[in-house]
Design a protein around this ligand. Structure first.
Ligand code: C5P
Length: 407
């Protein structure tokens, strides 16, 4: 199954008769779940109106590099960063020459130069222009730079010629675009992820909390979205930008996180408990700030609900993944602790990490984990939380498929 769920496609349209087909390219990309923004060259607007592509894509169409109004809404560098893939369909012989020479003479060529995302092009031109050694040299060069070339097809052309140079069909362009991405492995799946610490109020200004930065949970939410999932991130208080493709629900205390998790988990197929939930909260929360008149005070604590265990106990439970941040005395202890958690909380998977050092785990950008399931375990060596999250999501997607809980 092809999927572009949660993927952002910047569709570039250059000037040629095949530009009329770009309307259908927008549609076919959307069919696969993509969000599409369109950039047109000046010549393309002679073949199809920006209004048509604006109506179909649901987003303003960008045509000029120096357009103050468009720049105020989404500047060209921002647009270049927004895209997961820039797809130019159709790409004319002229625009291919521009790309090959690294020009930045209009909006689309500037975007291609500024962007670090994937770049794919679907050529469309007269067969003579396609066969011309200059065009072939440009194609060879673009290919050598890792630019994906879709087509062209052979057949009768608008000019009356027959030969290579027809743009391939919009459906094929959309499917080849989907093929550029490794995953889509969680397309159609709703994922709920908890992240960050919780704060348990003592009085209006004081609380009990922990060192969790939320980075791991946020990276997992990004990776789950990348893999095509509808992602809900339930976050405790952190200093991180919300992931752009997930819905973020902010909570403060463990009890608020518990309520939000049970509500969101009703129709989810995957639950990942990454939050460092405070195990205890003060029995009473003073309504007034506690005065420091006494030398000693006692705060009685009561256990918080175990969110992940409650989710795993639901009748129609999702595939449930827990985390275990431990300070084990020996390497073997980490697995023993994780396995104990797996069984006690009735989880499908526990991702354990050693937080004794300061370079990994809490508040760090890197992590190394031990992935523990009922019958086996696998160590994933130290890497960035972004890469680790992608590896974990790929593994979970594989397990979901095998257990057939969802797909
Ligand atoms: O019991 P412990 O805190 O060691 O278990 C850690 C795992 O349980 C993590 O996945 C954490 O998100 C989850 N947890 C929870 N609710 C709690 C405590 C932990 O969901 N009250």
């Amino acid at each position: 199954m092809y999927s572009l769920a949660n993927k952002r496609v910047l569709l570039g349209v250059s000037g040629g008769i095949a530009a009329y087909k770009s309307a259908e390219v927008v549609r076919r990309l959307q069919d696969l779940g993509a969000t599409v923004r369109v950039v047109m060259t000046a010549a393309a607007t002679d073949f199809i109106t920006p209004l048509t592509l604006q109506a179909l894509s649901g987003n303003p169409v960008h045509t000029k590099l120096l357009d103050t109004k468009a720049e105020a809404a989404m500047g060209h560098i921002e647009l270049a960063k927004w895209a997961d893939v820039i797809l130019i369909a159709p790409i004319s012989a002229n625009f291919m020459a521009k790309l090959a020479s690294g020009e930045a003479s209009d909006l689309l060529s500037t975007l291609c130069l500024a962007s670090r995302s994937l770049l794919a092009v679907a050529p469309a031109m007269n067969q003579g222009m396609w066969k011309n050694p200059s065009t072939q040299k440009n194609i060879g060069y673009l290919r050598s730079r890792g630019i994906h070339i879709f087509g062209p097809a052979e057949g009768s052309q608008a000019c009356g010629d027959t030969g290579p140079g027809r743009m391939i069909e919009p459906k094929d362009i959309a499917e080849l675009t989907a093929d550029l991405f490794e995953t889509g492995s969680l397309a159609g799946i709703k994922v709920v992820i908890t992240a960050g610490p919780t704060r348990e109020a003592i009085d209006p200004v004081r609380y009990i909390s922990n060192n969790s930065s939320g980075k791991m949970g946020y990276a997992l939410a990004e990776a789950a979205s990348e893999a095509g999932a509808e992602t809900i991130l339930i976050s405790g208080p952190v200093n991180l930008k919300p992931p752009s493709r997930a819905k973020t629900v902010y909570v403060t205390s463990a009890r608020e996180m518990h309520i939000a998790a049970l509500e969101e988990a009703v129709d989810c197929q995957l639950f990942i408990a990454c939050a460092a939930v405070a195990d205890y909260r003060p029995v009473n929360q003073s309504e007034q700030k506690i005065k420091k008149s006494k030398d000693e005070i006692t705060i009685n604590l009561i256990k918080n609900p175990d969110i992940v265990a409650d989710i795993a106990a639901l009748t129609n439970r999702p595939f449930t993944v827990g985390f275990a941040a431990e300070t084990p005395q020996t390497k073997d202890c980490l697995e023993i602790y994780a396995r104990e958690k797996l069984e006690r909380k009735n989880l499908d998977l526990v991702i354990a990490n050693d937080v004794s050092g300061r370079t990994m785990g809490f508040d760090s950008d890197d992590n190394a984990v031990l992935v523990v399931e009922t019958s086996s375990s696998e160590a994933i060596p130290k890497t960035s939380k972004t890469i680790l999250s992608r590896q974990l999501i790929a593994k979970i997607a594989q397990m979901l498929k095998i257990t057939n809980k969802t797909l």
